[in-house]
Design a protein around this ligand. Structure first.
Ligand code: ATP
Ligand code: FE2
Length: 328
């Protein structure tokens, strides 16, 4: 069985082809670039996705060495995400169901987790899902991926990007902050953990203020990473301890950050837990993760009628029935 998955929740229009065994046959994408100094403009990103959709689908099929006639199921990112972007993916997916009647809608966050489990071999991890828009500590319990802690304001990637924008970096700013941090020294910053939840906005504002007062950008890049990542590792460690689990999976676009990986490695070594990071190709938004989650969704018996297919811009991770896991 082959599934073609379409990702289109935000910047990325991605198309992947994956088989039933979890072999990724292709994973192509085209990323909308915002104007320097700007964040994402949803309507513009949606327009971008519509423009590139056909060529990314073609590239993905070509790379996989298959045609639409070989595809058994089409999967799309049903949410959460930006409505104009989600619509672009939905419309393309529905159009492609003329080749195969089978359509499934996938939760984007669940797809990040499932591609992480597939590519790392972890069975029952505490998941640190950190991307632009999302920051959640998740684990499987009683039929769902439950959220044990999360950001109370912006996602970790967006927090870093916002600070980066204020100091004049271009999108995506977070990887550039990672480079600049290598030459920085610690400056004191607030640390905001409330129970199991995190708040990043105030720390970003504080960093911008310090920058305006003349603090070196390298020092601020170093310190913002140290403080935000420590907060995240702290709540992950608490989830690990309370849930009695022994694996940590780091996934989402921010998982590419070497310093964050290192902090998790240290914490997990001390707790004798296994730690794995999703491979870089699958860390950011991509079509293959939608295709793989599409296979799991399809096999668990869920379908969407193409005539009634919709988007769920605010669909939460813990609202999804994980029919493909009985017990782990
Ligand atoms: P979601 O819809 O899941 O929130 P997203 O649209 O934010 O996803 P992703 O591709 O998962 O997309 O993540 C992108 C984020 O990852 C951006 O904020 C980007 O700056 C951040 N990022 C990428 N590389 C790094 C890095 N090396 N260090 C820190 N952050 C990074
Ligand atoms: Fe994402």
């Amino acid at each position: 069985m082959l599934c073609l998955g379409i990702e289109s929740t935000a910047h990325t229009f991605g198309v992947g082809v994956v088989d039933e065994m979890g072999n990724v046959l292709s994973n192509e994408k085209d990323v909308y670039k915002s104007k320097p100094g700007w964040g994402i403009i949803p309507m513009e990103a949606g327009k971008h996705h519509r423009k590139v959709a056909d060529s990314v689908v073609k590239q993905s099929l070509d790379k996989a060495g298959v045609s639409m006639d070989d595809i058994d199921v089409v999967a799309y990112s049903r949410g959460p995400g930006l409505p104009p972007c989600l619509h672009a993916g939905l419309n393309k997916a529905v159009e492609l169901t003329k080749f195969t009647g089978n359509l499934v809608g996938v939760n984007h966050c669940v797809a990040h987790i499932e591609i992480g489990r597939l590519t790392t071999g972890l069975k029952n991890p505490v998941v640190s899902y950190v991307s632009g828009g999302n920051t959640q500590i998740i684990s499987f319990a009683e039929g769902r991926y439950r959220c044990f802690g999360e950001t109370m304001d912006v996602g970790l990637g967006n927090a870093l990007d916002k600070f980066g924008r204020a100091i004049g970096l271009d999108f995506p700013q977070a990887p550039k902050i990672e480079q600049l941090a290598n030459n920085g020294k610690w400056v004191n910053l607030p640390y905001v953990v409330k129970g199991m939840d995190l708040s990043f906005s105030g720390i970003v504002t504080e960093c911008i203020k310090r920058y305006e007062k003349g603090e070196k950008i390298e020092n601020l890049c170093f310190s913002i990473q140290e403080v935000l990542f420590s907060m995240l590792v702290e709540v992950t460690e608490r989830a690990l301890a309370h849930l009695g689990k022994s694996e940590v999976l780091l996934t989402g676009g921010v998982a590419a950050n070497k310093r964050l990986q290192e902090m998790y490695e240290v914490m997990c070594r001390e707790r004798k837990a296994k730690f794995k990071v999703v491979p870089k190709e699958f860390a950011g938004d991509n079509g293959a993760m939608i295709a793989w989650a599409g296979i799991l969704t399809y096999k668990s018996g869920q379908r969407i009628n193409p005539k009634k297919a919709d988007i769920l811009p605010r669909w939460r991770t813990d609202e999804v029935e994980i029919g493909w896991i009985r017990k782990i």
